[in-house]
Design a protein around this ligand. Structure first.
Ligand code: ADP
Ligand code: GLC
Length: 489
């Protein structure tokens, strides 16, 4: 139980994504689920998000909570309302957010060239809300997510006028919001902010760098990743900054929304199931075989649900696909991303028709079905701050095969002989992250699969693992309260 539960506190979450309204990856899931989990810790969260078209459409009955005559080149409004069980503050600034495409890039896949202004505005308004912009609302904590939210702590540090404390979550250090020096003047920050101790980074403007130097506390999404990023190999140029903030750096592993991801009630499944009814997964597997035109025999069914990028080790998958099929095993992939990976995967599917199926695109429902019907879920990431797909896999009985990095290290117990004998294994880990070791791990999974008693135990143990937000929500709530009291560490 977290300390001091009972004293209600208010937290403003500043995020570019929030499930189910807008999501491109795990950050959306986290920002969408954490408010509900924190409510049980007597933490009331409001979420500040950009007024993308999709969000404004959802938020029909909002009230205007603030107006801006001039916000990065145009006027804007802050609209307060509720949607999908979330308390929202939506930054309606059409010149910044009313456009076709995704949250960060246009339909052509190119990043918008005014992203510095779009997320500069998000950070500025976040800081202003922390300073009391919205009547009757005085959050004690402003919790910003990733580089897109990172300017909130910067604006709070250089000119904030409230007592609110700031927290910056790092979901992925690879995305840093790095811009050329000439955008600095447009941010309206004092010159002092463009310094080594502020947001100057290799001669340019670093949004994440600014957040890391300015926030009162920094949280990343697993203890292992928190350690990794303080080292040169994984620090992506920011390890020095992170080392200088070691006392304020925390690693809390992500949970999942166990309401949205519940195999006993999931409407996206062909057949719902539970640990006592694992056999029903068979029906989902058959549905997948039909969807991906797979032959019914050919070994265990391995799923990959992922952004198709180098981070996620998709090149390793391409290198080893022929051998994986030969084990034998079958492979289904759902993802989108870099064109060469998309093409490569489609070529593998054509070569191994009946054994390999690939869907390029984004499909939330299919992702659920794959977790509920595949025998294993493969995550060969080179680095992984936390990773959510292995947690969904645990809960849905798809045994995770994971690279031993970041949050994958913290959430999966490798089925080595000691762990199998002790009955605590939940998946298969491999290291180093390369083709041969990935292949060896998949082969190990196939061996385990051939031993039904051991396999069943592995699946059940995974399904019974607590992957909820409960523990980490307590950790966040404790951190917020310690910051408010001025007592951390
Ligand atoms: P990341 O945020 O780095 O992409 P995570 O594992 O934290 O990785 O989260 C990925 C989230 O995105 C999961 O909810 C996963 O199911 C989802 N996802 C990724 N690709 C797809 C896709 N093509 N279709 C549907 N969901 C996807
Ligand atoms: C990032 C990371 C992923 C993490 C997610 C949510 O996208 O790549 O590992 O699970 O954020 O924190």
């Amino acid at each position: 139980m977290g300390a001091n539960v009972g004293q209600m506190i208010d937290v403003l979450s500043v995020t570019p994504e929030v499930f189910p309204l807008i999501k491109t990856g795990g950050l959306g899931d986290v920002a969408g689920a954490l408010p509900g989990a924190l409510a049980a810790q007597d933490v009331r969260v409001r979420t500040l998000v950009p007024g993308y078209r999709t969000i404004l459409k959802t938020l029909r009955q909002g009230r205007v909570a603030a107006k801006f005559d001039m916000l990065f080149g145009g006027s804007g409004r802050l609209i307060a309302g509720r949607a999908a069980g979330l308390e929202l503050l939506v930054l309606d600034a059409p010149h910044l957010f009313d456009r076709a495409g995704g949250p960060y890039s246009g339909a052509d896949g190119q990043d918008f060239d005014d992203n510095w202004a779009r997320f500069g505005a998000l950070g500025l308004v976040g800081a202003q809300i922390g300073g009391g912009l919205v009547e009757g609302y005085n959050p004690q904590i402003v919790h910003a997510h990733d580089w897109q939210g990172a300017l909130a702590p910067v604006y709070m540090r250089y000119g904030g006028n409230g007592a609110a404390k700031s927290v910056l979550s790092v979901h992925n250090l690879a995305f840093q919001g790095q811009f050329s020096a000439d955008v600095f003047s447009g941010l309206g920050l004092p010159q002092a902010a463009f310094s080594l101790e502020g947001m100057e980074f290799y001669g340019g403007v670093g949004f994440l760098k600014g957040g890391l130097t300015s926030a009162d506390a920094i949280v990343t999404v697993s203890p292992t990743y928190a350690r990794e990023i303080t080292r040169t190999e994984a620090g992506m140029g920011l390890d020095g900054v992170l080392r200088s903030r070691l006392d304020d750096l925390y690693g809390f592993v992500n949970g999942i929304d166990t309401g949205v991801w519940d195999p006993a009630t999931d409407a996206a499944l062909e057949a719902q199931f539970s640990p006592a009814l694992i056999k029903k997964r068979e029906i989902n597997r058959q549905a997948l075989e039909a969807r991906f035109s797979l032959e019914a025999d050919g070994g265990p069914l391995i799923a990959v649900i992922s952004r198709l990028t180098e981070q996620k080790g998709i090149d390793l998958l391409l290198d080893t696909a022929d051998q994986i099929v030969g084990l034998p095993a079958r492979l289904i992939v759902l993802g989108s991303g870099e064109a060469t990976f998309e093409k490569g995967l489609l070529a593998v599917a054509a070569k191994h028709a009946g054994r390999v199926g690939v869907k390029i695109g984004y499909d939330e429902g299919l992702a659920h079905l794959m977790q509920g019907g595949a025998d294993a879920i493969l995550i060969p990431s080179r680095f992984e701050p936390c990773g959510l797909t292995q947690l969904y896999g645990l809960r849905y009985g798809a045994v995770p095969i994971v690279a031993r990095v970041g949050g994958l290290n913290d959430t999966i117990i490798d089925a080595n002989i000691a762990a199998v004998n002790a009955g605590v294994a939940t998946g298969v880990q491999f290291w180093p992250v390369n083709g041969p070791s990935l292949l060896e791990a998949v082969a190990r999974m196939v061996q385990l699969y051939k031993q039904p008693a051991i396999w069943r135990k592995l699946v059940r143990r995974g399904m019974k693992t607590d992957v909820s937000w409960r523990r980490s929500a307590e950790a966040y709530a404790d951190l917020y309260r310690a910051l408010i009291k001025g007592k951390t560490n």
